[in-house]
Design a protein around this ligand. Sequence first.
Ligand SMILES: *Cc1c(COP(=O)(O)O)cnc(C)c1O
Length: 364
Amino acid sequence: MSGGDMLEFEIRPNPAPVSAADRAALLANPGFGRVFTDHMVTIRYADGKGWYDARVEARAPIPMDPAAAVLHYAQEIFEGLKAYRTGDAVTMFRPEANAARFAASARRMAMPQLPPETFVESLRRLVEIDREWIPEGDGSSLYLRPFMFASEVFLGVRPANEYLYVVIASPAGAYFSGGVKPVTVWVSPDYTRAAPGGTGAAKCGGNYAASLAAQAEAIEAGCDQVVFLDAVERRFVDELGGMNVFFVYDDDTLVTPPLTGTILPGITRDAILTLAAEAGHRVEERPVSFAEWQADATSGRLREAFACGTAAVVTPIGEVRFPDGEFLVGGGEPGRVTTDLHRRLVDIQRGRAADPHGWVTQVH
Ligand SMILES: *Cc1c(COP(=O)(O)O)cnc(C)c1O
């Protein structure tokens, strides 16, 4: 890091870490998002003072005043990425892209921007101290969750003057147990996720809070996930609650909706666009209407559809349900192109394939 303006991290090792035996038991079947490591990173921000008190410390509850601004007006953003163990090496996938997106989310939510090099360094520090928590095995990883919220004690409505940035880490097994199984998605008639000019392109907790009623509706309808249509015409497919969506046609063209501000710019989405072009597919970013999806899936012109994101990587969409009916995509089976692109991406992430784009960052 140049310039000498990088924050110094104070390291305060956890005096009572989980024992090796207990850790091994937890890592045997971590699931997703319920097991956590021994440490966390915290960095504070105050107007006039900037970023200060960068620490790696024991993971612990965060004391919070009941009037902390985030509890009232939801000024909060987050990121999600994975660290992998590949033999002796520990790697992360495109952390600079997460750093850039975190800064973009901060701008949209009127929050201070953490310098991208500090963001990446904070991940390195946590992965280094908690490296024994990275599960081994295909599909397993250490999920990193950086987030930031308004910690100022004030009930007035304006951007807060104080923030807390935190990184926690959670060992994760394969996201969907039982291998890659196509999901059934629900097209909500009532709810939308993001409107033009809104916060759809920011990775903020509020977007997720707003999607939960629709997700509950999906579960009620026997589906796994919601797919949201655009908020203006209710015609075009935007994305799932937490994953971007791709369509594969019988001429081997891949199509995904364009980033017009209502869709979260997924890093997996971006990688898939690159890998698909390299694999010889024509790739298009263009709007796809729900009517077109249904007609083309029914005629067979649309062969496959899949969702993608860091947590589940690539997930085939086998069935689509909506209040008036349902249809299958690709006979409900995982498709050839979906499976191939999934493998190409995971092979790079796991260090089994060449990394011509420099997506993999060594931690050690
Ligand atoms: C995080 C997220 C994605 C996927 O982004 P990745 O960078 O690929 O993990 C897609 N949609 C939403 C709404 C998200 O929050």
